[in-house]
Ligand binder design. Structure first.
Ligand code: F0G
Length: 354
């Protein structure tokens, strides 16, 4: 029998140095599919090899689980009794689930009315204490950082280095699945932890002799929430991609370093471009990701249309979270309602048969 995937800490144990395999807190995260996007790739000005790393296939539906397994395992091993995080939704969903696995209390602080319903449902169903603040993610993060520094409660935002250490695993998997690193790796940038961690992952794999050439890291922000691109804090970030509605990213420097050291860049796309990419993935490739995730394809399309590829490049997009987390965006941007009397003839007439 083929052994089942055991979660990133067991699969990549030599990269994590966690001494007690029996006390790993896991939902068997990672091992997500690397999906070819041939239809989209064929329609680009020049053909490239395009793949999506579909992080929506993680247990709580986003890449956050990769960092949460390590952060919660280490927090529990240190004797923590409770976890806290600020979140635009996915971190809180993941913290809530892993908190249950570890038997810890979980407090999540979120910007009121600004996280998608699916993510809120996850935090609630896992019995986290959900605190909505009348403010932004950035303010929520400042509060939980202070609380965690003065109280015995483990902070599991990506300012916790264990989170980033775990999130390196996406790069390990991409290299294992592709046989090498891609030439370009596009991913959405919000708090900027993931681009920092992915870049660190490629470098760790290279140091371990499992990889020679490194990819260019292409970080994509939403135009209305693009502090790194603009070079200053955005006081009132605005984008329909609520997961990356962040005006003052914690790993700002890490993102700049990743872009510079890899020969990549951080740039922005409009909400319209994000939506176009979101619908393309769903309607042309059968891949349903959340809006923030589609920023990576939007960025890739923008580069392709500007003549930025010469042909044949290998490109990977991280699709960070599952589309089901945010069904509202579908209903807001698309309609499909056909009602007929409950008779076969009526249904056939819609099908175009009589
Ligand atoms: N995509 C999704 C779906 C996210 O949830 C996030 C971040 C990002 C991209 C950006 O990643 O912050 O590492 O640059 N979500 C955080 C949260 C902020 O609270 O769930 P990043």
């Amino acid at each position: 029998m083929k052994t089942a995937w055991r979660g990133i800490m067991a699969e990549y144990a030599s990269f994590f140095g966690f001494p007690a395999p029996d006390s790993i807190v896991t939902l068997q995260e990672g091992g997500t599919p690397l999906i070819p996007l041939d239809r989209i790739a064929r329609e680009l000005p020049v053909p490239i090899s395009l793949h999506a790393k579909f992080e929506g296939a993680n247990p709580t539906g986003s890449f956050k689980d990769r960092g949460m397994t390590l952060a919660v395992s280490r927090a529990a091993a240190r004797g923590a009794r409770a976890l806290i995080c600020a979140s635009t939704g996915n971190t809180s969903a993941s913290a809530a689930a892993y908190g249950v696995r570890a038997g810890l209390r979980v407090f999540v602080v979120i910007p009121e009315g600004k996280i998608s319903r699916g993510k809120l449902a996850q935090a609630i169903v896992h019995r986290a204490t959900v605190i909505q603040v009348e403010g932004l993610f950035d303010q929520a993060l400042a509060i939980v950082r202070e609380v965690a520094s003065t109280h015995p409660i483990a902070l599991v935002n990506s300012v916790n280095p264990d989170r980033l250490e775990g999130q390196r695993s996406v790069a390990f998997e991409i290299v294992d699945q592709l046989g090498s690193a891609p030439d370009y790796h596009f991913l959405p940038v919000g708090n900027a932890g993931n681009i920092t961690a992915s870049w660190a992952g490629y470098n760790a794999y290279r140091e371990a002799g499992r990889l020679s050439a490194l990819p260019r890291m292409m970080g994509v922000q939403a135009e209305g929430a693009a502090p790194i691109v603009l070079g200053h804090v955005v006081e009132k970030p605005e984008t329909l991609a609520s997961a990356i509605r962040i005006g003052n990213p914690a790993s700002w420097q890490g993102a700049l370093d990743a872009a510079r050291d890899s020969g990549g860049t951080i740039f922005s796309v409009s909400d319209e471009e994000i939506l176009e990419a979101y619908h393309l993935l769903a309607s042309r490739e059968g891949v349903f990701c959340e809006p923030a995730s589609a920023a990576s394809l939007a960025g890739c399309l923008k580069k392709a249309r500007a003549g930025g590829f010469s042909g044949g490049e290998r490109v990977v997009l991280t699709l960070t979270g599952h589309g089901l987390k945010d069904p509202e965006t579908v209903f807001r941007t698309q309609t499909s309602e056909i009602r007929v009397p409950a008779r076969k003839e009526e249904v056939l007439s819609v099908l175009g048969f009589s």
